[in-house]
Design a protein around this ligand. Structure first.
Ligand code: G3P
Ligand code: CA
Length: 469
C-alpha cells in the first residue's frame, strides 16, 4: 500500500521528469529555430554566386540562399556582389578598354550577353577555397531569374521550401545611372510567386529610405508584402548614399540601433542584419548588449554577417569557427547567420542540439524558421580542412572582419544585461486578403505570372544623373 510520503515522492519525481523533458524540448526548439543563410550561395566551397554553388548550398541543408543583385546595361538583374565585375570575373582579359576612369569594369556598362561570356574566378584563390582554374567548368554569372528558376525547381523535386535572401545592392548607384533596381527586383519576385509575409524570403537592403519606399510604394502597387531586413552599415561604407547639394553623402546609421530607431523600423521591417563586429568587440564583449533582445521584443530577427572558417576570419575571443557559431547563436542570441560555410553551420546546429541542454539561448522571444532538412540527411557536407590559411593580402570584405594577427585570448565573460521589455507596437501591414497564398509545406512551382506594368512612384527618386555620370 502506498502511503502519503510515497505519494509525495512519486509526484515530485514526476514533476521533475516533466520539467526536465520540457527544458530539453525547449532547447531543441531553440536550436531548431536558428537558421543558416548561405552567404553568396556555398561560396566557401564552390565560389560565390553561380548556379552549381546554389545547388550545393541547398543540398547542404541551408535554410536560406543569399543573392546579391545588380543591374546590367540592358536592364537585366544579375546575381553579383559588387557593382563591378573585376573581383570575380576575367572581364579585364576579355574586354580591355571597357573600364571607367577609376580603372574598374562596371556591370552596368555591359549587356547581359557580354557578361555571360565571362568566367567566374575564385576571389580568395590562396585561401584553400575552390581552385582558380575553372576554364572548363563554365561557372558564369547567373541572372536572378535563372537562380529563382533553379530554386523553385529544387523545391519541387526535394519537396521542401527553400528560403531566398536577395539583397538589392546600392540603389543610390543604380539611381545615379538612371535605373530603378528595386522595382526591377520586386517585379521579378512577384513573377516567381513571392507575394506575402508567409513566403520564405527576406528581402534585404542597406538603404533605409529605399526599404521604406519598397514597403510604402512598390509593394502596394504590385500587391505584395514581403518580409524586409534592414542591413546596418558603418557610416564609412559605400552601401548607402544620398544626394545633398549635388554631392553624394554617406548615410548615417546611428539612429537605427537606438530603442526608438528599432521601434520605428519594426513598423515595416522583419529583421536587422549587421557585421558581427558591430555586436561583439575583439575581446568578446557585447558592444550593443540590448540590441538583440530589443529587436526580439519588437518582433524582429537578428542576422549578422559574415561567418568564415579561415583562421584569419575567426575573431580572437574564440578558437574555432564552431566556437564562433556557438557564441553568436547561443550567447549573443542571434536568430541566424550569414556564412560562407553553410554546410559546416548546418552540421554544427544538427550536432549541437543533443548537447545543448546545459546552456539555453539568451532570448527565445522570436519564433524563427523551422529547420528543414532534405528527405535524406545531406551527405555532401565535405570533410573540410580545418582552418585553412587565408593570406594576408586577401581583400576580405565587410567593415569589421577581425584582424588577422590577433592572438588567441581567453573569451571575456558576456555581461549580463537584463533588458526591460519594450512595448511592441502593432505593425501596420496591409491586408494580403487579395493574395492567394501557397499551402505551407509543399511548394508548387508557380507559373510565372505576367505582372502588370506598374505606375512607378517617383516621389522618392531624386535622380541626378547628369551631374554624376
Ligand atoms: O547582406 C548581408 C551581407 O551579405 C552583407 O555583406 O557585403 O557580403 O553583401 P555583403
Ligand atoms: Ca549581401
Amino acid at each position: 500500500m502506498v502511503n502519503w510520503v510515497d505519494c509525495k515522492i512519486i509526484v515530485m519525481k514526476s514533476v521533475g521528469w516533466i520539467f526536465l523533458l520540457l527544458t530539453v524540448m525547449a532547447v531543441f526548439a531553440q536550436a531548431n529555430d536558428k537558421i543558416v543563410i548561405a552567404h553568396r550561395a556555398a561560396s566557401g566551397y564552390l565560389m560565390e554566386h553561380n548556379l552549381p554553388s546554389v545547388t550545393l548550398a541547398v543540398a547542404m541543408g541551408s535554410d536560406y540562399i543569399e543573392q546579391d543583385l545588380v543591374m546590367t546595361q540592358d536592364d537585366q538583374v544579375i546575381v553579383l556582389h559588387d557593382p563591378t565585375l573585376d573581383r570575380v570575373t576575367n572581364v579585364a582579359e576579355l574586354f580591355p578598354g571597357r573600364e571607367r576612369k577609376d580603372g574598374k569594369f562596371y556591370a552596368i556598362d555591359f549587356t547581359l550577353a557580354e557578361i555571360k561570356q565571362l568566367h567566374l574566378k575564385e576571389p580568395y584563390p590562396n585561401s584553400g577555397r575552390f581552385p582558380d582554374n575553372n576554364k572548363n567548368l563554365q561557372l558564369i554569372v547567373p541572372t536572378f531569374k535563372e537562380e529563382l528558376e533553379l530554386i523553385r525547381g529544387l523545391e519541387k523535386t526535394l519537396h521542401k521550401d527553400i528560403g531566398i535572401y536577395p539583397e538589392i545592392k546600392q540603389p543610390w548607384f543604380h539611381r545615379k545611372e538612371g535605373k530603378d533596381i528595386s522595382m526591377a527586383v520586386v517585379k521579378i519576385l512577384r513573377e516567381y510567386g513571392y507575394k506575402s509575409q508567409d513566403d520564405k524570403i527576406f528581402l534585404q537592403c542597406f538603404d533605409p529610405d529605399e526599404l521604406r519606399r519598397i514597403h510604402d510604394e512598390l509593394f502596394p502597387v504590385l500587391q505584395m508584402n514581403l518580409k524586409l531586413v534592414q542591413l546596418i552599415d558603418d557610416n564609412n561604407g559605400n552601401e548607402t548614399k544620398s544626394l545633398q547639394w549635388g554631392e553624394w553623402i554617406n548615410y548615417n546609421y546611428d539612429w537605427i540601433t537606438s530603442k526608438s530607431g528599432l521601434r520605428a523600423l519594426s513598423a515595416y521591417v522583419a529583421g536587422i542584419g549587421m557585421d558581427k563586429s558591430m555586436l561583439v568587440d575583439k575581446a568578446g564583449n557585447l558592444l550593443l548588449p540590448e540590441l538583440v533582445s530589443d529587436a526580439h521584443s519588437l518582433g524582429m530577427v537578428v542576422h549578422p554577417y559574415t561567418f568564415r572558417r579561415e583562421k584569419e576570419s575567426v575573431p580572437p575571443y574564440v578558437a574555432t569557427f564552431e566556437e564562433l557559431l556557438e557564441f553568436f547563436y547561443f550567447k549573443v542570441g542571434v536568430d541566424g547567420v550569414f556564412t560562407d560555410y553553410c554546410g559546416d553551420a548546418v552540421v554544427f546546429l544538427q550536432k549541437r542540439v543533443p548537447d545543448s541542454a546545459a546552456e539555453p539561448a539568451v532570448d527565445p522571444a522570436v519564433e524563427g524558421e523551422g529547420r528543414e532538412m532534405l528527405p535524406a540527411q545531406p551527405t555532401v557536407a565535405p570533410e573540410l580542412p580545418q582552418s585553412p590559411e587565408m593570406p594576408q593580402d586577401v581583400p576580405v570584405d565587410g567593415p569589421g572582419v577581425s584582424p588577422v594577427t590577433a592572438p588567441t585570448v581567453e573569451a571575456a565573460p558576456v555581461p549580463e544585461s537584463p533588458v526591460p521589455a519594450l512595448t511592441p507596437e502593432p505593425v501596420q501591414v496591409p491586408s494580403p486578403s487579395s493574395l492567394s497564398l501557397p499551402e505551407p509545406g509543399m511548394v508548387p512551382i508557380p507559373a510565372p505570372v505576367s505582372v502588370p506594368e506598374p505606375v512607378i512612384p517617383t516621389t522618392s527618386l531624386p535622380i541626378d544623373v547628369k551631374s554624376q555620370k
